[in-house]
Write a protein that binds this ligand. Sequence first.
Ligand code: SF4
Ligand code: SF4
Length: 204
Amino acid sequence: MWQSAYSANCRKRKVPKVQELSVSRDQAHDAGEHLYLSTSAFALCYQCAKCSAGCPIAEAMDYLPHQILKFVQLNLMEEVLGSSTIWLCAGCQTCAVRCPMEIDLAQVMESLREQSLALGVPAAERRITVFCDAFLADVQLRGRVHELRQLLAYKLKTRDLLSDIGLGARMLTKGRLTMKPNRVDSVDQVQLLFDKFKLPKTHD
Ligand code: SF4
Ligand code: SF4
């Protein structure tokens, strides 16, 4: 059953392209070594593809989740770090539940995103990283997200001002977007967290 869904998915998905990376092959290779040392569980993957067959985002990915694991096993980190897959993964854990080897693929994806940021690899899905940056900027400033400000920051950065205008207007009329931002009492504590972890910008 899952095999036919998987085959159909393969036919529909985009042809993968190796993205031009701003890191050298050696740096990407080192990232693979680091990942290998920190989470060796993925070495157990035997490519049954149950993870990919159940992944709700697979259709939008350039490489399927099990292909990402194969690349990691082969230390083909340029392909991995330049892929859209690592950014599109929603961390839903469906793959982990389905995996006969109990590999936590969501955690591997998270680790790959961290490696990508640490190496300054341009994200293949820039909109996702812009959204994350807008979210974190708000949390850093007030300890709480102001959706309207986050939305405007995202729209300005992506230069896509009109696509959701109808939805935005409906959310405003239903009171889902407030005009006045809130702030938590201890913003300084939040700031300490940001300082401690030196959170990097995820784009530009
Ligand atoms: S389900 Fe597990 S073993 Fe199968 S391909 Fe995916 S990660 Fe590998
Ligand atoms: S955690 Fe990521 S890779 Fe796994 S099923 Fe969910 S979206 Fe797909």
